[in-house]
Design a protein around this ligand. Structure first.
Ligand SMILES: NC(=O)c1ccc[n+]([C@@H]2O[C@H](COP(=O)([O-])OP(=O)(O)OC[C@H]3O[C@@H](n4cnc5c(N)ncnc54)[C@H](OP(=O)(O)O)[C@@H]3O)[C@@H](O)[C@H]2O)c1
Length: 318
């Protein structure tokens, strides 16, 4: 059977990757971008009508919600917009799935920002949430709304998304390494990059899970999962990796003004930002591995090197 997936936020980093990669896994896709549905405008009943049309026209087996307000610092100045997009809209989407398309399932994307990062351990799904920022609070609202409105929903949390399309830390580091003589990057915040290619593969794992029907009837707490590659790093070491990858490219090498050794490690206190970030963004993925009966998830370094190569090759051909 050909599976169909409706991708919300199809112009973003992750939505774009879903559109590109899912067909290769036998999943036919239809994208919804801001031109079709702008959730900064209108109200819940407008969104519901639009969603009904999309769901009834395409009849997806899955909806992937990669639509989000992701400007973490700007969210501090626009809290009501962030809450509308990240907190309120996901609940309306879950209601639409529940009401208009029996059997359709919802995969909702979320983040490590729901935690305050004060733990010394990698966070488990059952750990206490305590978002430090408007963005984190709005994402947590969205998670709860999704899980409350339909049993056919799953929330997947990940960290530090990086992909070929759109804006991300890796692209910024490579650009700055060509513009500046020195880079100063925070080295006391820990986590792991989640390449979009990796995430789409994990999405397919859930979509194809042989016991998906039984999983849908499980309680809310058991439909929330952490999904990131194995291992950990910090932003400073990650920046060094990005510059190193750029150095390996013959054309880019000639443009670089810094080497990985020129990336200076600083502390969070030396780089004040409007929104506070969790110092520990590490997510424990044991529950996800148990669900799929696998010993571990792929190694972050391998996954990140691969996506950095795609980013760099793409920037050369663009
Ligand atoms: N980025 C990260 O590091 C990170 C980390 C952990 C989790 N996540 C989560 O992963 C998911 C995907 O993130 P991403 O990095 O792919 O985000 P992204 O690149 O910022 O893409 C967000 C998508 O949402 C759309 N969008 C934003 N506001 C909208 C609105 N008012 N109406 C309609 N569409 C709107 C954007 O459309 P436009 O292109 O038109 O703006 C874009 O398609 C999100 O749920 C995010 O919270 C991200």
């Amino acid at each position: 059977m050909v599976m169909r997936a409706l991708i919300l936020g199809s112009s973003g980093q992750l939505g774009w990757q879903c559109m590109r990669d899912l067909p290769a896994y036998g999943v036919s896709v239809r994208g919804v971008d801001r031109r079709v549905l702008d959730v900064s405008k209108g109200n819940a009943s407008d969104w519901l009508q639009r969603l009904q049309r999309e769901l009834e026209a395409f009849k997806p087996h899955w909806v992937v919600n990669a639509l989000a307000y992701t400007a973490v610092d700007r969210a501090e100045d626009e809290p009501s917009l962030a809450r509308q997009v990240n907190g309120e809209f996901p609940g309306v989407l879950a209601q639409a799935v529940e009401r208009f398309l029996p059997g359709c399932r919802l995969l909702h994307c979320s983040t490590d920002y729901v935690f305050d990062g004060s733990s010394s351990e990698a966070y488990r799904e059952s750990d206490q949430t305590n978002p430090l920022s408007v963005y984190g609070q709005s994402k947590l609202l969205g998670e709860d709304a999704v899980l409350a409105h339909t049993d056919r929903s799953w929330v997947l949390r990940f960290s530090w998304v990086v992909g070929e399309h759109g804006q991300n830390f890796a692209k910024t580091m490579i650009r700055l390494a060509c513009e500046r003589d020195q880079l100063r990057v925070v080295g006391d915040q820990y986590g792991v990059p989640s390449p979009t290619t990796f995430l789409v593969r994990e999405f397919v794992r859930l979509m194809r899970h042989p016991q998906i029907e039984e999983l849908a009837s499980q309680n809310r707490a058991r439909r929330r999962f952490h999904v990131v590659p194995s291992g950990e790093t910090d932003w400073h070491r990650y920046a060094q990796l990005c510059v190193g990858a750029a150095q390996d490219n013959a054309v880019l090498k000639t443009k670089l003004k810094v080497t990985p050794d020129d990336v200076v490690r600083i502390e969070t206190k030396d780089y004040p930002t409007k929104a506070r970030r969790p110092q520990n963004a590490r997510l424990n993925c044991d529950a996800w591995c148990a669900l799929h009966q696998m010993p571990s998830l792929p190694d972050w370094l391998q996954e990140t090197r691969t996506i950095l190569k795609s980013i760099i090759n793409h920037s050369q051909s663009a």
